[in-house]
Design a protein around this ligand. Sequence first.
Ligand code: NDP
Ligand code: MN
Length: 384
Amino acid sequence: MKALNIYNPVKIHFGAGLIGETGKIAKKYSDTALIVTGKNSMQKTGTLDKLVKILKDAGVAPIIFDGITPNPTTYEIDSAAGIARGKGIGLIIGLGGGSPLDSAKAVAVAAKGNIPVWDYLKTTAKEALPVITIVSTSGTGSEVNRYSVMTNTETGEKPGFGYECMYPKEAVIDPEIMLSMPANVTAATGFDVFVHIFEAFTGKAKNAFSSAYCMQAFYLLKDNLIKAYNEPDNIEPRGNMALASALAGLAIDISGVGIMHAMEHPVSGNYSNVAHGAGLAALALESMKYNLNACKKDFMLIAHHFGIKRAGKSDDEYAGSLIEKTKEMLSALNLNIRLKDLGVEKDKLRKIAKEAFDTMGFAIQNNPAEAGENEVLKLLENSY
Ligand code: NDP
Ligand code: MN
């Protein structure tokens, strides 16, 4: 029997309008906060102004860093960390999607030390400033886990890293903030949730705890992702997808991701205009085919929970029907795309395959089916 160590210290607050509580929550940690956010959406929707007022009313002085781009870079993170250090900030608040939240955690680590954030891939970070996450997509699960994904500004490498000190102290999950997500962001981030569930549920490191999170996340996703996409102003499916994102985020915190994430990171690392979830969409079907025989029972179980009828199908057919169902879901989300549709150049595939190993090797190790660099290259070619 495999030994297990399960730990996740993040206090989770879920509910419509809960951003209003952030002042009280922040004040427990510091009188000063650096808000780490993106360049557009939180300004346009008025959420950033709202947060500033909430913090000021609670006696917390905010400074804004709104230079985080989708697929954030080490340059952006080091810039924000420099401000936090220089101003003696006591708390980092991530506001936005996975990009600002991942950045907030990396800033919290870098601000405590005196080395560039990239160097924390080589040395263990033992301390970080406290972080509060306010999530606006659903999504990466970054709001509740320790991971941060950053792109090296010079090389385009995009590894994920996560130390115990990087867990957010508290996560504010307010589905009202998600109502403004445009359709393509709802689709891409929602499909990311599906892949987190799939990879945590089928990976070698799966266990009873992560699988429990995955199953509930999966139930929520199956009934709510396409609904959230088609009914953007309906708070119910938005709220359910926010829960699914957090549950799947907890699942990957325990059991990690697999080959789809390993391949996608170098895709969006080299092509920063590619949304993480869209990159996953291009890679998913071939990766699922590749994994089918290594975890057929898990495929069948997910197919069952998807509500696919077994009716006379052999094990192979039934497991395979999950791939068909995933394809239907991608079509309904307008995400039936290939790598070439995302602007990836064919002659870059070898570099992407190599970087998948160099920067995300642990995810390939965790994948149910073994894969070497040639197999990964083949998968990329088949997804092109
Ligand atoms: P992003 O945070 O990159 O956001 C994508 C776009 O959507 C941005 O342009 C953003 O605006 C906009 N946006 C976000 N929220 C809203 C909203 N409520 N209304 C309108 N527009 C909105 O997307 P993701 O959440 O998908 O994060 C992706 C990143 O997370 C990648 O770097 C990926 O690798 C990483 N990741 C992290 C994981 C983890 O476990 N930590 C797991 C999986 C992925 P703006 O430009 O203003 O920010
Ligand atoms: Mn992901």
